[in-house]
Each structure stands twice: as C-alpha cells, then as structure tokens.
Design a binder for this molecule. Sequence first.
Ligand SMILES: NC(=O)c1ccc[n+]([C@@H]2O[C@H](COP(=O)([O-])OP(=O)(O)OC[C@H]3O[C@@H](n4cnc5c(N)ncnc54)[C@H](OP(=O)(O)O)[C@@H]3O)[C@@H](O)[C@H]2O)c1
Length: 442
Amino acid sequence: MSKLYDLTIFGATGLTGKYIVKHVYELASAQPDMFPSEFAWAIAGRATGKLQAIVDELEPMFPSCKIPRPAILVANIVRREQLDHMAESSKVLINAVGPYRFTGEYVVRSCVEKQCHYVDVTGEPEFVERMQRTYHHQAAKRKTTIVHSCGFDSVPTDMGVLMVKRLYQAKGWTPTQVEMFFRLRTGPAGLRGGYATYESAVHGFGSVELLREIRKVSELTQLPRPAGPKLKFHKRLSKDKQLGYHVPFVFADPSIVRLSQQLFLTGYANCDDKLTSGSATMPPTVQFAAYSLLPSLWIALLYFIYGFVFNFLAASPWGRQLLLAYPETFSAGVFSRDHPSQEQLDQTSFEITLRSKGFQTLTMPSDAAHQDLNAGLTAVVHGPEPGYVATPRIIVQCALTLLSNNDNGRIPVGVLTPSAAFWNTNLIDRLQEVGITFEERC
Ligand SMILES: NC(=O)c1ccc[n+]([C@@H]2O[C@H](COP(=O)([O-])OP(=O)(O)OC[C@H]3O[C@@H](n4cnc5c(N)ncnc54)[C@H](OP(=O)(O)O)[C@@H]3O)[C@@H](O)[C@H]2O)c1
C-alpha cells in the first residue's frame, strides 16, 4: 500500500493529542511554508465520533489554514490490523497514546514492520530503553527511524546539551561536564498536569528495577570513566550562588542524555555519509547532572514531604493504587483528572540553564584528571508551558524534520533519542521559529 498521509497523529482525542492537532492547524495558518506542498495528514484514535468532533471544533477556529482537512483513521491498540493499516498508510506517525509502557510497544512494532517513521512524547526511560534494545536492529534494517521522547521530555535538554557541545567544537575547545538546572515559572492561576502524565510517573517510579535489568543486558557501549575532573553530583537540597535552591531532577532527561551519548559512542547515530558527503563531526561525551530549581526553602520542605510519601507508595502495588486514586492529594493539587485552564497554560513557562566546563584545547589534555578546567559557557533553553504548549510545538517540528530530511541521509535509522536522531539537522533552528529558544548566555 502506498503512503497516503505525510503525517498521522495517533491519540488525537487525548489531552496532548488534541493540543498537537490544534498546533498543526495553528502552524498551517501562520507558517504554511513549514509544510511540504501537497501535504496530506490524518488523525487517528479508537472512536470515529470523537475524532470527527475534534475536526468540527478546530476547523472553524482556523479559517486561513492552508492544508487540507485531515482524514480520520480508526486504530485501537488491541487491534493489530488497525495499527498496521495506520502505519502502512503514513510516512511519519506522532504517537500521543500513553502511558507508553502499557500502550507503546504495539505501535512501535507496527511502525517498524510497515516502515513508518515514528515520534512520541514519552517520558518513561524504561519504555524507551526496552524499545531501543528490542527494535533497533529491525528498524535499522527496514530503514525506519523511531525517535522517543520528542516532547518537553527530553528535547530541550537533549538538544541543549548537543548545542553546548557544538559551541565548544566551534571555539576549538573540549567540553567535559554539563549541569542542567530546570526552572518552572507559574502565575496566579497555578500549575496543572494531566492525569496520564501522573499515571506514567507513578508507574515509572515503580519500574526502576526493570530499568536496571534492561541496562545490565544492554549491548550499547558503556560511557567511559570521566577523563577530566569528576563532576560533583548534589544528591540533597543544595544552594547554587547564582541560581538558588535545587534538588536532583527526577524525570527522564538524565536517562535520555545518557542514552544519547551511548548511541553516539556505539555508532548508532551515524548518518549515511555517502548521501550527506562531509557530514558534521560527532559530538564528544560529557559528564552530566540535572537539577530542579525550587523558589524557596518552604517549597523545598513541601517537595521533600510529598516526595517521601510518593516514593514510599510508588514502591508497592497497593501504594500505586492509592496514588492513582487520589492524584490531587498526593501531588499538592498539581495533577488532576481536570484539564489545565487556558489561564494556567498562558501563565506558565520553563527555563533550562545548561552550565558547562571543559578545556580550552581541541583535544583532552593527557593528564586531564589533574588539570584545572579552564573553559566554560552557559546556554539557556526557554519556552512556554512545557506539557501542552511547548510539547505540541516540539513534536510537530520533530515530525516535520523527519518528513523533510529522512530521505537525504541526514537522519540515522534505528530506535533513537532526539539528539541521536536530529544532530545533523536544523531542528534547533526550527524550534526557535516556534518559540522554543536556544541561546548562549554571555
Ligand atoms: N513529554 C512530555 O512532555 C509530555 C507532555 C504531555 C503528555 N505526555 C505523555 O503523553 C501521554 C498521553 O497523555 P494525555 O494526558 O494526552 O493522556 P489522555 O488525555 O489520557 O489521552 C490518551 C489517549 O490515548 C488514547 N487511548 C487510550 N487507550 C487506547 C487504545 N486502546 N487504543 C487507542 N487509543 C487509546 C485515548 O483515546 P480515547 O479518547 O478514545 O480514550 C486518548 O486519545 C502520557 O503518556 C503523558 O505522560 C508527555
């Protein structure tokens, strides 16, 4: 069967999926040149009526939309023939059906078998590393690119670290360590996260053991021992002179940055050199640590109380049931079955500071471990509300990058992370155009 659709959005009826569809309408109205000519797309889910209602609601909101109406595809996770049909008829698929550890694998399998490039917004490292281990070789053989974590988790950090490495290479320097500091700014309306994201986090904390098992049998090249001075990791509440109080970042970004570096070292991020002739040089490996910034000691205290209870309960099946039954109670009202309001989305933004150190030499000094680090720079990634404003913008740009670049060899094939897939493309420039900014801070 030929590929009827350039892009299909699966899970279009969900909270995130619907925002992704809305963003496609917005983009096609404001920046139609971002889409290929003759662009054809589809939205997919398990209920035709709900999908049709989304088109009926969004289409009148964007009268100047320059792309045709999306086709409607019915696909249920438990119906393999429907998933196969969806993958078979699409060039690129955005998968917004989660929690991915329960729903993701069948979609990945169909995409690999039917040669459909794939992006998702998972923040679940266990799922990502399991898919990488299970499907990488098959995807590479079938010349298909599967890219996980193409939302706020973990494009700003993963591509931000890549940008830092590129800045060092441009200056003729060698980076050795990067620290990431995440800051969320909210307004008077407060913060709201979706229930499926909370559900993913609850199960994520409960599957740390499984992730360890997957890593034990990994065929990927292990990260080398640090060549320069060891980066100190602050396991407890600490205070940075410039940025303030911080605690370890508990979401997916450190796992994704680590996996990206392993994919580069193993050679899985190699592009088709014959086609790209003289592709850019591979980025070097660095030590990495990530933190969340907290606005005050009072918030830090609350963070520890809620964190302690959450960790304790997430470790057992009955505890997870309790957490899932009362999201507001166990997340200080942040996560709920209610959706975020437009006010909450408008008043929230994120900032990721990437502080790095290294040597002012093109290669690592031979006695690097005993030398003082004499190079440093800071980069900042900034964007709107992460979950439902930034994430749709990011994943749509990842999907359009796959659509426009995949045939010219600039994107490697296999099961990859964002930076391993997109290091040789213009994804950062594209993100800047939709308000996710990456800049060196002087
Ligand atoms: N990386 C990030 O920054 C980020 C940001 C936002 C969300 N996310 C992740 O995105 C995922 C979705 O979150 P959400 O809040 O959008 O969830 P949601 O509102 O519950 O939506 C889930 C979607 O999955 C569909 N679905 C469920 N079971 C299905 C099945 N058997 N077959 C086909 N479709 C099925 C639902 O369809 P129905 O409408 O028919 O029920 C719905 O479209 C979560 O894993 C979340 O963690 C990540």
